[in-house]
Ligand binder design. Structure first.
Ligand code: HEM
Length: 336
């Protein structure tokens, strides 16, 4: 949470701000190159997402707040319940990844708004992404590609790339500093990019969002995590959701003039005011490999009227690889 770990976030923000020139221009990377590189680096698991492979579909309901309505004309904030397709996942490309270790968890959402409008987003359990530009992300993936002889990444190559691109280490440092999440419903999920919220007067307030569990974050000691074993998160979610106890506040940290709005590795300063745009409550969880999320790719450029993208190069760069990734797994027979 922003409030629980300010020193670390301050360090991340300062480190990134000093490393990245403002307004860095960034070209798009061919989406097929990204997908080929994911497969070369992490292996190919047919039918599964190349990132966030181990996942489960759920559905929920979102109710927007008066603060949401004041900031944006989006119908998401009308105050009437809106249906949401949810997908929780574990970071990485391995559909059998252990879920009792430290590291990334994801919450992807599709708000099904009136008149067929949709809002998609893919949120992660860190305030920063693992690269600042698409080219840097591709370079990082290349540096992690296993050597065919040793079946492991070349440590000298990994180090050389990270030394030249220190932003790629920020996210790993954050995860290393956090305990193992006890539940998909007990961890914060950040949007990481800035987005603009456009109100009825036409003025735009930029900010960065975080979904925070209503009942607080919940974590495990390494010993407890070991006892639970490598596959407990889905069943834990299935137990908790029917009790109505998996719910998140959709909070927006408001940017001020001069704040960086184009960087997925630079959080807003800790002291920026946070407002609650509404509450998401989970209502049911699908059976394994079932549910509405299976055939969806959560493209964060699919925004409703009243919400606009920032100039973050990582944001626009996600649309094409997600579409190509969806195409590949649909033709293979989409799972999870
Ligand atoms: C150029 C940069 C990026 C590339 C190439 C990329 C690529 C991908 C791909 C191929 C998938 C699987 C899509 C599918 O099969 O439906 C995916 C999933 C995901 N990505 Fe990214 N990604 C990028 C940046 C980011 C960033 C900055 C975030 C931070 C919020 C992020 C968060 C996620 C999440 C949460 C998922 C899982 C969504 C789900 O459950 O379907 N990605 N990414």
């Amino acid at each position: 949470m922003f409030t629980s770990s300010p020193p670390l976030l301050t360090v991340l923000a300062l480190a990134a701000a000093t490393l990245m020139p403002v307004g860095t221009a960034s070209a798009q990377v061919d989406p097929n190159r990204f997908l080929d590189q994911f497969e070369s680096t992490f292996g190919k698991h047919e039918g599964f997402r190349r990132s966030g492979a181990k996942g489960v579909c759920a559905v929920g309901e979102f109710v927007g707040s008066a603060q949401g309505r004041a900031l944006s004309t989006s119908s998401a904030f009308s105050g009437k319940p809106v249906g949401v397709i949810v997908r929780f996942s574990v970071g990485g490309a391995n559909p059998n990844a252990p879920d009792n270790t430290r590291g990334q968890r994801n919450m992807a959402l599709q708000f099904n708004l009136p008149q067929g409008e949709v809002w998609q987003m893919g949120n992660i359990s860190a305030p920063v992404f693992g690269a600042a530009t698409p080219e840097q992300f591709l370079g990082r993936l290349q540096s992690l590609q296993p050597d065919p002889a040793t079946k492991a990444a070349d440590p000298a190559r990994v180090k050389a790339f990270a030394d030249a691109n220190p932003e790629v280490l920020l996210q790993g440092r954050y995860f290393a500093s956090q305990p193992v999440p006890a539940s998909f419903g007990g961890v914060n999920y950040w949007g990481v990019h800035a987005f603009g919220f456009v109100n009825a007067q036409g003025s735009t307030q930029f900010g960065k969002w975080v979904f925070e569990p209503v009942s607080g974050t919940q974590s495990l000691s390494d010993e407890q995590a070991k006892t639970l074993g490598p596959a407990f998160l889905f069943s834990e979610l299935r137990q908790r959701v029917p009790q109505g106890s998996v719910a998140f506040d959709f909070n927006l940290q408001l940017a001020q003039p001069g704040d960086r709005l184009d960087s997925a590795v630079t959080p807003l300063p800790d002291d920026r005011r946070k407002v609650t745009l509404g509450r998401l409550t989970l209502t049911s969880v699908a059976a394994d490999n079932q549910g509405d999320c299976v055939g969806i790719t959560f493209n964060p450029m699919v925004l409703p009227k009243g919400v606009v993208a920032s100039a973050d190069p990582m944001l626009a760069a996600r649309a094409a690889p997600y579409a190509v990734g969806l195409g590949r797994r649909l033709t293979e027979g989409a799972r999870q």
